[in-house]
Design a protein around this ligand. Structure first.
Ligand SMILES: [Zn+2]
Length: 326
């Protein structure tokens, strides 16, 4: 590679894993790596794990860690782009106050760091390079630990006053199941992996049987990962099937409601569970959406995220490339 070629680092900070990528100026992935998100040690431990995963990605890309032109981070929680801080990253354990993640990584790599919202950067990647490439208006739905949403309307990212796109907190049942946000009846309370796991644990306490937790232990996991859900579904586990059915129903209702309001050209389904369960579940979500669509003779296509697990990290790199300073 020529010494003047620009390369960007992208970090997707998730509730269970940190995905990093080194991306070339045209969006090509040159190297990638992943590390589990630390469950103890708070933001400092997370910053260290990000640094490690980013270094591994540069190793895979065969470049010096100091050669990154800029690093972008897609993070959950409240992101202050100017200060480079992240607060209330709720799906990351022990992260309550504001932590200067941007400055910490800037120091570790000697380059500038740009922070963005995890879901909006992933939507941007799918819009620019992935399943949404052919369209001007899309909704990105990221089905994982939570249910995140990103909007591109007429070619522009729409963040409202900073809080738009929270499709996971669309109400799909008045007075329904308690959500991680403290409210009731949100889409995420039925479809978010964290909520589904909490529900499964309650059902087990009530004496119901499931193989979910045995599969989890066999795999040396402490949480019901997307792979655990997939395995349980393949084995015909009844509880897993029922909880996933409810998730699909809730996703259908929430996505249809969002589209009744926005009437976009396409809807892209990504996230850990979306990517793992793949096209058959995108089709099931489409079927669950149809009865709730107000104008149902020309439904928007539902598409599986084309960049898979990498959309967040690639999107973060794109944001780092687009922002000249920060
Ligand atoms: Zn909620």
């Amino acid at each position: 590679m020529s010494p003047t070629a620009r390369v960007y680092g992208g970090v997707d900070l998730g509730g269970t894993k940190i995905q990093t990528a080194v991306v070339g100026a045209r969006g090509k992935v040159l190297g990638e790596a992943r590390e589990p998100t630390p469950t103890t040690g708070g933001p400092l431990a997370v910053a260290e794990a990000i640094t490690l995963a980013m270094r591994q990605a540069t190793l895979a890309a065969d470049i010096d860690p100091g050669a990154l032109t800029a690093i972008g981070v897609g993070s959950p929680g409240e992101v202050d782009e100017k200060a480079g801080t992240v607060a209330q990253a709720r799906n990351v354990s022990g992260w309550d106050g504001a932590f200067p993640l941007g400055p910490a990584l800037a120091e570790a790599f000697g380059t500038r760091v740009v922070l963005g919202n995890d879901v909006s950067v992933a939507t941007r990647a799918e819009f620019e390079l992935g399943a949404g490439k052919a369209y001007k208006s899309i909704i990105g739905v990221f089905w994982g630990t939570g249910v995140g949403g990103g909007l591109v309307l007429d070619g522009r990212e729409w963040s409202g006053r900073g809080a738009a796109g929270e499709i996971g907190h669309m109400v799909v049942r008045i007075g329904g199941r308690r959500c991680g946000c403290g409210r009731r009846g949100c889409l995420e309370a039925y479809a978010g992996r964290a909520s589904m796991e909490a529900k499964a644990r309650r059902l087990v306490k009530q004496g119901e049987h499931t193989a979910l937790f045995e599969i989890m232990e066999k795999r040396g996991r402490t949480r019901l990962t997307s792979g655990v859900w997939e395995r349980a579904l393949q084995d015909g586990d009844k509880m897993a099937g029922r909880l996933i059915d409810q998730a699909v129903e809730a996703l259908g209702a929430g996505i249809a409601s969002a589209n009744n309001l926005l009437d976009v050209e396409a809807i892209v389904i990504g996230g850990g569970l979306g990517t793992k369960l793949g096209d058959p579940f995108v089709e099931r979500i489409r079927e669950a959406m149809m009865p709730h669509l107000f104008v149902d003779d020309r439904p928007p296509p539902l598409l599986l995220a084309a960049l898979g697990d990498l959309s967040g990290a690639i999107g973060a790199a794109l944001v780092a490339k687009a922002k000249p300073s920060g």
